[in-house]
Design a protein around this ligand. Structure first.
Ligand SMILES: C[S@@+](CC[C@H](N)C(=O)[O-])C[C@H]1O[C@@H](n2cnc3c(N)ncnc32)[C@H](O)[C@@H]1O
Length: 312
């Protein structure tokens, strides 16, 4: 018979009396990672502390990717570099479908993918449309390396690494997003998007990326950004303890999930995000709440469709 049990998870002591409050933030974060990892190998990898995974191993991963053709999947990156919530093909297709229906993304346009990651949306775009001119950049070098290799025969798809610091994704980055100029000419893009990127960035950086978006968009151009937004509904849900994320801590006008990993998940007050967008010269066309709130919606994250006003 089990009389007493000391449970220590993620350096957190969970005494039996606290079982009613499970999962704690630490446990919930592990459970979430496990949920999205299928198969025992991936589940084991999901348990590797993120700091280790994205620093010490990143050079090795990059080396393996560039030197080992056997690791190349046909349409998907090697399984071990999966990040960004998993579901490479289905989620990529879903994100592109939403950008088409919600924001009018169409073939024949020039797009910028902020935080292109491991090419999830790029691959989906290339399958859906024949004539997209695409530019993607990201702070994680091995993702960019894989994309460059995968799209080597498609010159209309270009990827660039930006060695920008992000405490979660690129802790050894030497540049800052606060002043980073997207490496594309002004008024050159029809559509700019960032899926699950502002959810990992400090407020001052997001404000700058909104200004850069406005600079790069052609007149009448559209932006699509997914994010976590605190409004009356999500606040009510958080207070009722429904969503996995609670965004309990504030950081420079934003809300963060974890003090140890501040860029793990970042949320913005609705009025504040919209004011930042307006200041950058972007007007809100539509807002779509996401099911991270614990309410069933079309996508997990909240999303904004914005249009450049040209008035800054
Ligand atoms: C959750 S992943 C999403 C990747 C991709 N957008 C997708 O939907 O598959 C978050 C991405 O944001 C990138 N990122 C973080 N900070 C960034 C920054 N300042 N500029 C560009 N990308 C950034 C990360 O490297 C990572 O690839």
């Amino acid at each position: 018979m089990l009389i007493s049990l000391d449970v220590i998870i993620d350096n957190e002591y969970v005494c039996p009396a606290e079982f009613a409050d499970l999962p704690s933030a630490g446990v919930a974060s592990i459970l979430k990672r496990l949920k999205y990892a299928s198969g025992w190998k991936k589940k084991l990898k999901a348990l590797i502390p993120r700091g280790f995974k994205y620093t010490v191993l990143s050079d090795l991963l990059e080396f393996l990717i560039s030197r080992t053709p056997l690791l190349d999947g046909k349409d998907e990156p090697p399984r071990f570099i999966e990040f960004g919530g998993g579901g490479f093909i289905p989620i990529g297709n879903h994100l592109v479908a939403l950008m088409v229906t919600r924001a009018g993304l169409a073939d024949g346009t020039t797009v910028i993918d902020i935080g292109s990651g491991i090419g999830r949306t790029a691959v989906a775009l290339s399958k859906r449309f024949a004539n997209i001119r695409y530019f993607g950049f990201d702070v994680v070098r091995f993702g960019v390396t894989w994309c460059q290799k995968h799209f080597a025969a498609a010159p209309s798809y270009r990827f660039q690494h930006a060695n920008i610091f992000n405490s979660f994704y690129n802790p050894r980055g030497s540049e800052t997003a606060e002043t980073y100029q997207f490496p594309v000419p002004g008024r050159s893009a029809d559509f700019v998007f960032a899926t699950s990127v502002f959810t990992h960035m400090p407020r001052v950086e997001v404000a700058h990326y909104l200004r850069e978006t406005a600079r790069c968009l052609k007149r009448g151009g559209t932006a699509y950004f997914t994010c976590f937004i605190v409004d009356a509904e999500s606040r009510r849900q958080i207070e009722a303890g429904v969503p996995l994320f609670r965004f309990r801590y504030s950081r420079d006008g934003s809300f963060i999930e974890s003090l140890e990993e501040p860029d793990l998940a970042v949320a913005y007050e609705k009025a504040d995000f919209e004011a930042m967008a307006a200041k950058a010269g972007l007007e809100v066309v539509a807002f779509y709440p996401g099911s991270w709130r614990g309410i069933s919606y079309q996508d997990f994250q909240d999303a904004y469709v914005l249009r450049v006003t040209g008035e800054i």
